[in-house]
Ligand binder design. Sequence first.
Ligand SMILES: [Zn+2]
Length: 102
Amino acid sequence: MSEICTTCGLPKELCVCETIAKEALQIKVYGIKKKFGKVYTVVEGIDAKDINVRELTTKLKAKFACGGTVKDGRIELQGEHRRHMKEFLVEMGYPPETVMVK
Ligand SMILES: [Zn+2]
């Protein structure tokens, strides 16, 4: 007996729920300017069910050596990191086509 997926009711080896969830996911990376012309890099669309967003933010802060906060599942990092953000997210296992850099 194989395990049954609780979402679609199919055996796990036939289930594509997880694949669909990853494909439907769109991560947006963009820059914003705040008070005093400070630049922030925003990462939006990380699935909080899938990933511990706070933990990810801690990793990002260490990697880019900058400050950062999480607000409503949206990550804001100080500084301009758009160029390297995609590389990092792809390394983490996100398919490149789901990461949109503006
Ligand atoms: Zn399923």
